[in-house]
Design a protein around this ligand. Structure first.
Ligand SMILES: [Zn+2]
Length: 320
């Protein structure tokens, strides 16, 4: 074989391999996304759909939270709708595979996109929120949406912000034979709904509780307000705690860790401000060994300092 022919054949081979690679890449990006959700029963008639404890990414499609549903004699109560229309649809299909009861109430615990952006998959008149959460979603929804398209890309396809038309009031909600205790709190976003199923003792704690995952602070009215509400939650007659993020627990470990973490985070910022440290110095603070299991602590410290530190600085100035 002449050298010319050999190089011709090599070129043809490279071209066909390259064409195949192009085809495969195009197929991979065009392939429909699939959240592959699974429901775990945590008590009779109560399920949790657990997400990862990572940050939003194009790999996880924003499936970083826990959602859940409760079967009653009258129908199903859903807790949160997930980060996208696609998630909401997969979640609804999953619910329908576990129970033939109709979905009658969807309680959205707060206005953050990972909890509230799957709502299109559910009938509009079943969507409920606290009044203050609905106002926050009205205000922040579009900005959250733009950010989510940037963070998780294609997973957001077709997702629109839906502000629920129905409202929940704190107090007791009787659904069939179940009594749900609805508790309005403020610590995480200024309007946070916590749901306790009194029969099973399952507590859907929303983002008031993170476990083995660093808490996020962009909308907190104050870490110490959050901490004092934590103590009220810890007093509830629960058997199972479903954190907004992180593994389900059957004891008070999530409350102890949250309490400890909130006091530590507040203390870091208060003492740093009192010493006149800059934000750049505070973000380098070492995370104590006892928070080794808390995923994302260094990263969230940077975010929390950017959200909250200026307030600690002005407080330190006025107290001098
Ligand atoms: Zn949240």
């Amino acid at each position: 074989m002449s050298g010319y022919l050999r190089s011709q054949r090599q070129t043809a081979w490279f071209v066909s391999v390259f064409a195949l690679w192009l085809l495969l890449t195009a197929a991979a990006t065009a392939a429909p996304k699939n959240y592959e959700l699974t429901a775990t029963s945590v008590a009779d008639g109560v399920w949790v759909v657990a997400g990862s404890t990572a940050n939003f990414s194009k790999a996880n499609g924003g499936n970083i939270l826990n959602t859940g549903f409760i079967e009653t004699s009258e129908g199903v109560v859903v807790i949160d709708t997930g980060p996208s229309r696609l998630y909401g649809e997969a979640f609804r299909t999953l619910i329908e595979s576990r129970t033939d009861k109709p979905i009658i109430k969807v309680l959205i615990t707060h206005h953050h996109p990972d909890h509230a952006f799957g709502s299109q998959a559910f009938a509009p008149d079943t969507l409920y929120m606290l009044e203050e959460s609905a106002q926050l979603l009205e205000r922040d929804g579009e900005a959250f949406s733009e950010n989510m398209y940037r963070l998780i890309g294609d997973w957001m396809r077709g997702t629109e912000v839906i502000v629920p038309s129905q409202r929940v009031q704190p107090g007791t909600l009787q659904v069939g034979k179940r009594t749900l205790r609805l508790i309005a709190m403020r610590g995480h976003t200024g309007a946070d709904l916590v749901v306790l199923d009194e029969i099973s003792g399952v507590l859907f704690a929303s983002d008031m509780v993170f476990f083995n995952r660093a808490l996020t602070t962009p909308q907190t009215p104050g870490l110490m307000e959050w901490q004092s509400e934590m103590q009220q939650l810890a007093e509830l007659p629960f058997s199972v705690v479903v954190p907004g993020h992180g593994p389900v627990v059957r004891d008070n470990r999530a409350f102890l860790q949250m309490n400890d973490y909130l006091i530590w985070l507040d203390g870091v910022m208060a003492s740093s401000a009192a010493r006149g440290l800059s934000a750049a110095e505070v973000i380098g603070t070492a995370i104590p060994d006892r928070f080794e299991s808390v995923e994302g602590a260094s990263y969230e410290l940077i975010r929390s300092v950017s959200h909250l530190y200026s307030e600690y600085e002005s407080r330190a100035l006025t107290s001098n």
